[in-house]
Write a protein that binds this ligand. Structure first.
Ligand SMILES: [Zn+2]
Length: 91
């Protein structure tokens, strides 16, 4: 991980501008993308929110997360159908 020595002020409303270079590198589009914010020790971590389904790449307002993967409702329904159709082939 490359640590960029970019210093930015926090304004009086708590806002920080993400440097343009990093936005380009992360393909982060203002007004479209979101970030997840974590506090860890003495660090604040920003992670681009992956809003597309891990299986079909669709963008859906109702998403589920399982073991770090985002799954849309349609794919989750298909997985449920797959589970329901399971046949035990051994005794
Ligand atoms: Zn999906």
């Amino acid at each position: 991980m490359k640590l960029s020595p970019v210093i930015r002020p926090v304004d009086n409303m708590g806002r920080v501008v993400i440097p343009n270079e990093i936005r380009k590198q992360m393909n982060l589009t203002g007004g479209k993308d979101s970030v997840e914010i974590f506090a860890q020790g003495d660090s604040i971590i920003l992670r681009k929110l992956q809003s597309t389904c891990a299986f079909c790449n669709s963008v859906n307002s109702k998403m589920f997360e399982y073991k770090g993967l985002r799954i849309c409702e349609k794919c989750l329904d298909e997985m449920n159908e797959l589970r329901d159709s399971a046949v035990t082939t051994f005794e």
